[in-house]
Design a protein around this ligand. Sequence first.
Ligand code: ADP
Ligand code: MG
Length: 348
Amino acid sequence: MKKNLCLLISFIFIISLNGCSNGKNKYYEKSNIVMDTAVTLSAYGANSKEAVEESFKRLDEINDMASTTIETSDIYKINSLSGKEYVKVHPEIIKMIQTSIKYSKLSNGAFDVTLGPIINLWGIGTDNERLPSDEEIKSKLPLVDYEKISINENDNSVMLKDEGMAIDLGGVAKGFAADEVLKIYKKYNIENGLINLGASSIYALGKNKDKRDWSVGIKHPRSEDPNEYLGVIKLSDESLSTSGDYERYFIKDNKRYHHIIDPKTGYPVDNGVISDTIVVDGDNPDNGMLADILTTTVFTLGQEKGLKLINGLSGVSCEITTANYKVYASDGFKDRITDINKDFKFTD
Ligand code: ADP
Ligand code: MG
């Protein structure tokens, strides 16, 4: 687990503000580290506390089935039995894998959940991060192939066809988890709130306490100051996801090695993109999962192919920032951003 996240573990707080606690609008907020991520859930409503508490339990359940390191998780079992046996898994795992495969096909393999062997080699964001040799990467690359995931829908079982293959849901599980939290919010009739699973997956439900759209800052990809933004976007009943090369990385000989891997090369994506942000309309089923998958996909595709992909999807928009601080936006996205940082230049 990343070092600074370890420090944050002790930082668990619960605020129950009573300023607007006239029953119907009771505010409840809680933060904790789940899935290696600082998660903050807030909600307004008579059952806000129940909704938030149940959501954190659900996040633990998802982590317990999707983790690559917990030995009892579905993913750990699939990976340990690769090339050998089908493993019966939760339907949630089937859904995450099937949706991932759909976007692997759509992106010609830019997104691939079978990157596990390569991700393990690099260990980026763990205590074992290192620069592997070319030979090591080449020896693992043939194990990366989403077409070799076999799913038996009759009994919810999954098998990876070749021994040594491994699934890693790091680019999809947080988005899926945000969708699950939203379902719990809806069950408790929460109409306003913010679901924040780090920058990876944010869902803004309804309006903020001032009855306005939620304002969410898009992180400045190169600033050390967490409060310095590329710009601010207003959201209501929408998902937002950001991927960046600054989230998990190490620098060796002046080169940045980060956690988004090109499945074609086995190396961190090196196409000039340093961050990208996707917004998906809340009407879109599985919008959180979609936003999460698409940020990683667009990052890997680069600005030209990435924009083409996004402009072809309905209810989805994006911005892509490159190393020269140019920002490429899909149709209509720029108009939604305010407080644009002067470091950046939007291009058409
Ligand atoms: P975050 O973890 O901050 O949400 P992303 O959504 O960009 O970051 O997902 C990156 C994670 O997805 C990596 O840590 C890794 O587990 C996995 N991953 C990296 N590259 C790819 C890829 N090309 N396709 C699918 N998953 C990837
Ligand atoms: Mg993500």
